[in-house]
Design a protein around this ligand. Structure first.
Ligand code: MSP
Length: 511
């Protein structure tokens, strides 16, 4: 079975922002990690192209919606290339094959007698593409996420019988690992305990959408359409496009990684829709937190939006990845602070990891003919060997529970402790006595070996930095042999040439 991981399908009302980069980078690291473990991975991302929000954006720009979607979708694809995102499937919901999956799915739900015509009255947020539950003073109430007025709706819509699935949904959301993190799970349990209400799945005032078969003027509600992108993505680049064949291929998804604002759709509506269509529900829905900027919500009107493109050109991929992965605990809200960013990159990557590598490689070159020391007896019980083994175990445990921040800290701690070990042993003093040469060889080898393990552990998180560390150690990570085997102690070849050390990362200046 494949490991299927998904990002949300991003609205194409605008180009990617830091929030979309964040989710995508986390998914990318998890996908890379699972591949390293030898699992077959299907990493799905893509764009959500229909609905009123997109229709209006296209109208405002005086452009045909399809042309608008083509343009923004291409920007997403280019961005993911620039960020070196290793996705396997990029789904666009305006594609024909997606439409046919939506129609087939609708047919199944209808057959389960879960669709009926009704009247939808309520206050709608176009930004969220969602009805809000009876806010007080609705006419003046602004959506807390989009800060825009809600719009009144009173129209004939098709409804999905969500209420029928009350007990099944309760059972699913009570599964200990279905919703993470725990606090989010409690929010959903609380929401569901109030009783599930049927929700409307079609619109009559939105032309930019998939037409509901046989019902004039109705297009599918954008969420009913978009969630199915997770399934239609699976049949991209395949010959067989039927729903049955597609889900047999690699469904259910192992994890939907999404922001906390869209948890209900994924943890309640989506599973009910799937049960109705006779399809397995995803194994996990992980709701991450929101990013703010210097303590403030990011927004165009606030003028504090952090343009990911600028960030990329200024700092490069790995520093941004490190900050987002290590400094923000997945599930919690996080704040992007320029000063903190510079400090973290300088301390963790340049000073702690970079210096460890450079100074040790410089010593080894100086004392051992530009090479890794030779004739070193590998002892798996040496101080650093034990430390690195403990680190690897902790890291694997943390990564398996999607605690990427803790896994990153595990690596950093190994680097800190290896630096301390070096300071404590003081090989630069020992080397002055000929009789210490073997001891110095062992110390230097162990430090270099510990650095090799640090580099390998960084591979799914900071792939470029990891490759630079390997190169400086004269080590070649072998793609064709299991990554975990290469984490064993003592695999750094002795007597190999060490290149002239150069910084693996440039120190940043705070402006
Ligand atoms: N199109 C829907 C998802 C459909 S999935 C079948 C959607 N798109 S979105 O573009 O508005 O949001 C995509 C994701 O970005 C959501 O998970 C949302 O939580 C996330 N974020 C939006 N702003 C964010 C931050 N400031 N910080 C972190 N993530 C944020 O919703």
């Amino acid at each position: 079975m494949s490991f299927v991981i998904t990002t949300p399908l991003y609205y194409v009302n605008d180009k990617p922002h830091l929030g979309s980069i964040y989710t995508t980078i986390i998914c990318d690291s998890i996908a890379r990690y699972k591949r390293l473990l030898g699992e077959e991975v299907v990493f799905i991302t893509g764009v959500d192209e229909h609905g009123l929000k997109i229709q209006r954006t296209a109208n405002e720009n005086d452009i045909d919606p399809q042309i608008h979607c083509d343009k923004i979708s291409n920007i997403f694809i280019d961005n993911w290339k620039e960020w070196d995102i290793t996705y396997d499937k990029f789904i666009r919901t305006s594609s024909k094959h997606h439409e046919s999956i939506v129609n087939e799915f609708y047919g199944r739900v209808k057959k389960s007698d879960d669709i009926y015509m009704g009247v939808q009255k309520g206050w709608y947020c176009v930004g969220c593409e969602e009805f809000k539950d009876n806010p007080e003073n609705s006419s003046t109430y602004k959506c807390p996420i989009h800060q825009k007025n809600l719009e009144w709706r009173n129209e004939e819509n098709l409804f999905f019988r969500l209420s029928k699935y009350q007990s099944q949904i309760e059972e699913i959301i009570n599964r200990p690992t279905f919703i993470e993190p725990k606090e989010r799970r409690n929010e959903i349990i609380n929401f569901v305990s109030k009783g599930l209400k049927d929700f409307s799945i079609s619109r009559t005032n939105v032309s930019w959408g998939i037409s509901v078969p046989g019902i004039d003027k109705h297009t599918f509600y954008v969420w009913f359409d978009a969630l199915l992108g997770y399934i239609s993505a699976l049949n991209l680049n395949t010959k067989e496009h039927s729903l049955r064949k597609t889900i047999n291929r690699s469904w259910p998804a192992d994890i939907h990684l999404i922001g906390k604002d869209i948890l209900r759709f994924h943890a309640v509506y989506w599973p009910a829709m799937l049960i109705s269509a006779g399809i397995e529900v995803p194994k996990k829905v992980f709701g991450h937190g929101f990013l703010t900027r210097e303590g403030q919500k990011m927004g165009k009107s606030l003028g504090n939006v952090l343009d990911p493109k600028l960030l990329l050109s200024k700092y490069g991929r790995d520093p941004v990845r490190w900050y987002l992965i290590k400094d923000i605990s997945l599930g919690n809200d996080g704040d992007f602070q320029d000063k903190r960013f510079v400090d973290i990159i300088n301390n963790d990557l340049a000073n702690t990891i970079g210096n460890l590598l450079n100074r040790t490689s410089a010593m080894s070159r100086k004392w051992f003919e530009n090479k890794v020391p030779n004739n070193v007896k590998i002892t798996e019980t040496s101080e650093l060997a034990s430390l690195s083994k403990i680190t690897v175990d902790k890291y694997i445990n943390n990564f398996n529970c999607y605690k990427l921040d803790s896994a990153s800290t595990d690596i950093l701690n190994l680097a800190i402790k290896t630096n301390l070990y070096l300071n404590d042993k003081q090989p630069w003093i020992l080397i002055k006595q000929e009789s210490n040469i073997q001891l110095v060889k062992e110390i230097i080898y162990d430090v270099l070996e510990s650095t090799r393990i640090i580099g390998l552990l960084l591979l799914p998180l900071l792939p470029e930095l990891s490759a630079k560390i390997d190169a400086q150690l004269g080590f070649k990570y072998k793609k064709e042999s299991p990554w975990q085997n290469q984490l064993k102690w003592g695999l750094l070849n002795q007597n190999v040439e060490l290149p002239n050390p150069k910084p693996i990362i440039n120190k940043l200046e705070y402006e």
